[in-house]
Design a protein around this ligand. Sequence first.
Ligand code: ZN
Length: 194
Amino acid sequence: MNAATSTPTQADDSVLRQLMNHAQLISQIRQDIDALAHEATDTVAGLIARLEDIESQSTTPGSAPTSWCWRSIGSNAADELWHLLTDWINWIRGRYPLARKIPPCWADHPELVEELTALWLAWQHAYEDRNAPLTAAADWHDRWLPGVLYRLEHGAFALDCANDHHPRPAAAYASPEPNGVAERTREGDSAHAD
Ligand SMILES: [Zn+2]
């Protein structure tokens, strides 16, 4: 053993110190990794929340039609509106015990299509509009849904289709005016007659 060579005890101490340094380093690295993992988890959770928020906002217009006026809607938009409305009505007839109160033939009753479109819009406002008051869903149950159900059972649009479809007499629906001008002219004439 030459002079440059450490004695076994010195060598052991040196190795021990190195091991201790490595252990401290590993411990520190572990702490850093844990901290980074927590930070990453928080970041990912935050990103997921933001994505869900964005997705929710972007799906709201997707599930909500951009136009819903059957009188003026274009054919493509009408197809989309019909698809969305049908999907929602299928849901509500099963979600609530409405399979008979909203009869399967609802689509054969234009006034019912209008009623249910309006009811659906109110539902979307209550459940999908983030700016809606928190009481909107309660209002929908307390006011809008019972209103439609009442009209279908007792009101002007009462149906007798719980078991079979009973179409209204064709004469119940006026023939459409040839154009809006004639309608306004007639109203003007009746106003003069009064
Ligand atoms: Zn019917």
